[in-house]
Design a protein around this ligand. Structure first.
Ligand code: FPP
Length: 239
C-alpha cells in the first residue's frame, strides 16, 4: 500500500457529535482533540510525514463568542500540555494562518512551540488556525508585489513560493469528515491535484481504521496530474 506523504484533514462534526450526546459544543471540540492524538499516532505508525489539520478558519470568528473563546483556550492549553511530548517524538509543529486576531498570550505560546520544535525532521504537524485559502493567496500576492515581481513574468511557481509553507509537499490526500463535501477555503492552491476522501464519520469518532480506509481509497485511485499515465497514445494504438 502506498502511504500518502502529506494528509490534510477538514475535521468536521464536533458540534453534531456533542449535540447527539446532549453535551455542549465545546465538549465536541475536546473529543475532537482526542481524535487528533489518535490520528497523529496512526500517522506515525503508518509513515505519513506531514499532517495538516484545519482547526479554525478565518470564517470561524463568526461563531458565538463562547465557542470562539473556548476554542482559543483549548488551543493554548493544548500547546502548554502537549508541546514537550510532541518535541520528544520528533514532531515539528507549525501553526499556519494569519496571526492578527490571536491573543498575545496564544501568540507567545505558538512562537515558543514552533521555536522548540523547529529542528525536528521526522514529521510535521501543521495546525491551521485563523487560516483561509483565499487569505493565503492574497498574502502571497502582496508579498510578490512588495518584492517587485514583474507581472509579465509571473508564474505558478511565484505564488507557490510565496505561500505560508512553500517547503512542504502539497497534500496527496484530503479527508473531510461528517458527510460534507466542500473545500471550505482549505488549502485551495495546494490541493489543485490532491485526491479527496469524504466520510460520514464525525471527527471525534475518527480513528486509525478510518484513516486506513481513506488511504486504501487513495490507493485505488489513479493519479494523473492532468496527464494520461500508461494509456497508449493514439498513434501507438493505431488511432
Ligand atoms: C468542526 O466541527 C471543528 C472545528 C471548527 C474545530 C476543530 C477543533 C478541534 C478538533 C479542537 C482541538 C484542536 C486543537 C488544534 C487543539 P464543527 O464545530 O463545525 O461541527 P458541526 O458542523 O457538527 O457543528
Amino acid at each position: 500500500m502506498q502511504v500518502p506523504q502529506h494528509i490534510a484533514i477538514i475535521m468536521d462534526g464536533n458540534g453534531r457529535w456533542a449535540r447527539a450526546r446532549r453535551r455542549r459544543r465545546l465538549e465536541g471540540h475536546r473529543a475532537g482533540l482526542k481524535a487528533i492524538r489518535r490520528v497523529l499516532k496512526a500517522c506515525d505508525e503508518l509513515g505519513v510525514s506531514v499532517l495538516s489539520l484545519y482547526a479554525f478558519s478565518t470564517e470561524n470568528w463568526t461563531r458565538p463568542r463562547t465557542e470562539v473563546d473556548g476554542l482559543m483556550r483549548l488551543f493554548a492549553q493544548t500547546l502548554d500540555r502537549e508541546i514537550d511530548e510532541l518535541n520528544r517524538e520528533g514532531v515539528q509543529l507549525r501553526i499556519t494562518g494569519r496571526r492578527d486576531g490571536l491573543s498575545p498570550a496564544l501568540l507567545r505560546k505558538i512562537e515558543s512551540s514552533e521555536e522548540l520544535t523547529r529542528h525536528n525532521q521526522d514529521r510535521v504537524l501543521n495546525l491551521l488556525i485563523n487560516y483561509g485559502g483565499r487569505a493565503e493567496i492574497v498574502d502571497a500576492v502582496k508579498k510578490l508585489i512588495a518584492a517587485g515581481v514583474d507581472p509579465a513574468k509571473l508564474g505558478d511557481e511565484h505564488i507557490t513560493g510565496a505561500l505560508y509553507n512553500p517547503d512542504l509537499p502539497e497534500p496527496d490526500l484530503v479527508i473531510r469528515t461528517a458527510g460534507e463535501q466542500r473545500i471550505s477555503n482549505f488549502l485551495i492552491w495546494e490541493t489543485a491535484y490532491s485526491e479527496f476522501h469524504f466520510t460520514e464519520t464525525l471527527w471525534p469518532d475518527f480513528d486509525k481504521a478510518d484513516l486506513v480506509e481513506a488511504i486504501a481509497a487513495f490507493n485505488a485511485r489513479e493519479r494523473k496530474f492532468g496527464g494520461l499515465n500508461d494509456e497508449p497514445t493514439d498513434a501507438a494504438a493505431g488511432r
